[in-house]
Write a protein that binds this ligand. Structure first.
Ligand code: ATP
Length: 362
């Protein structure tokens, strides 16, 4: 791995007695799209503020390009932030909003004009310089905010829920645009969201946070397919989770039967939670099914039917299927060994924290 562009080493942040970040450590590589994902209040914005230099860490080290920056002020860091509300100046036009930072740095008018033109082009707002902010749509304002950050040529762009004010269609378009922009510029983006679909669609790497800790990091596929615990499984996507028992490395028992699986790492006889995603289950006949369920309801969701049923042990199963099922009928469900994911059963938060710490020490 190249030298990380940002490193957090056991960073803690507290306000008086309240611990907001607890021993957070990570490396951010240059040129990738990272997402901080987690429920409200878990510490996402705090991490951005510490990177930007708007707040100081209570303990631990923050490095930018290998150099400790704990005591370096925000304006000396090659990092720029795009805020949730864009923080544009309403009384200035688009050009002046973008030029503002350069004017403060006393950059010459010719260079300002050149640079503003260049970033307006990057965000596809060519020719919008003279418009007032009030004449711009939500998506356009968003792009002005990004242009204003890009004009400073940051190595890292921090984006704090920048799409949350947009309606669904525009939001999806902007997700695509932002991802394309990041690829084109090749700079590091660190994006904050509590929307898991957005995180999956946009990121190279996701950090999942809970209560001031990063509890899992990895590619969207890693996190979706191999959630570290039930919290991550439930937070990211829909899942069916039932209790089970490991028979041996590649064999797990649930709903009274044993199944081949490829997900090792648990001890024999260990109690586990077995997860299978709704789209990994397919409908078949009762005879051919690995599981049998009675269909309780189904909803048409456009791309698929969402079928909800229960097995004879009373466990609920959700299936995403392009085929319909009949309410009240019995159907079989099939799945592949690699679609089974096993997690520790009933792990308490303390036990989980101890497990995370043991990984850190390895
Ligand atoms: N200046 C402050 N003084 C005291 N507590 C604070 C301060 N700033 C943040 N906090 C607390 O720190 C915790 C983390 O806040 P943070 O803004 O990082 O969360 P977040 O994950 O970004 O949440 P959201 O998704 O709601 O924006 C919250 O419990 C918040 O109340």
């Amino acid at each position: 791995m190249k030298e990380p562009i940002i490193t957090f080493k056991k960073v803690k942040k507290n306000y008086d007695e309240t611990v907001v970040l607890n021993n957070v450590s990570f490396d951010i590589e240059q040129g990738k799209f990272y997402t901080l994902l987690g429920p409200s209040g878990c510490g996402k914005t705090t991490i951005l503020r510490l990177i930007a230099g708007f707040d100081e860490a209570s303990q631990g080290e923050i490095l930018l390009e290998g150099k400790r920056v704990n005591d370096i002020p925000a304006n000396k860091r090659k990092v720029n932030t795009v805020f949730q509300d864009y923080a544009l100046f309403p009384h200035m036009n688009v050009f002046e909003n973008i030029a503002f930072g350069l004017r403060i740095k006393k950059v010459s008018q010719t260079i300002i004009e050149e640079k503003v033109k260049e970033v307006l082009k990057m965000v596809q707002l060519d020719g919008f310089g003279n418009r007032e902010i009030s004449e711009m749509s939500g998506g356009q304002r968003q792009r002005v905010a990004i242009a204003r950050a890009l004009v400073n040529e940051p190595e890292v762009l921090l984006l704090d829920e920048p799409l949350s004010a947009l309606d669904l269609k525009l939001r999806t378009d902007m997700q695509y645009e932002l991802r394309e922009l990041q690829k084109r510029l090749g700079i590091t983006f660190i994006f904050v969201t509590h929307d898991q679909e957005e995180a999956l669609a946009m990121s190279d790497e996701i950090f999942v946070l809970r209560k001031g800790k990063i509890i899992q990091s990895g590619t969207p596929v890693d996190i979706y397919d191999e959630p570290i615990n039930r919290f991550v499984a439930d937070f990211i996507g829909e899942s069916n989770i039932v209790p089970g028992n490991m028979i041996e490395d590649n064999c797990v028992e649930f709903v009274g039967k044993s199944f081949e699986c490829v997900d090792g790492g648990m001890k024999s006889n260990e109690s586990v939670e077995v997860m299978i995603r709704p789209e990994d289950l397919s409908l078949t006949t009762v005879e051919n099914g690995k599981l049998q369920v009675k269909v309780d309801s189904q909803l048409f969701r456009g791309v698929h039917y969402e079928i909800v049923g229960h097995d004879d042990d009373g466990n609920e199963w959700v299936v995403h299927s392009t085929r319909k099922a009949k309410e009240g009928s019995r159907v079989g469900l099939s799945f592949e060994p690699e679609d089974i994911h096993v997690m520790r059963f009933n792990e308490t938060e303390e036990e989980f924290d101890a497990r995370l710490e043991s990984y850190d020490e390895e």
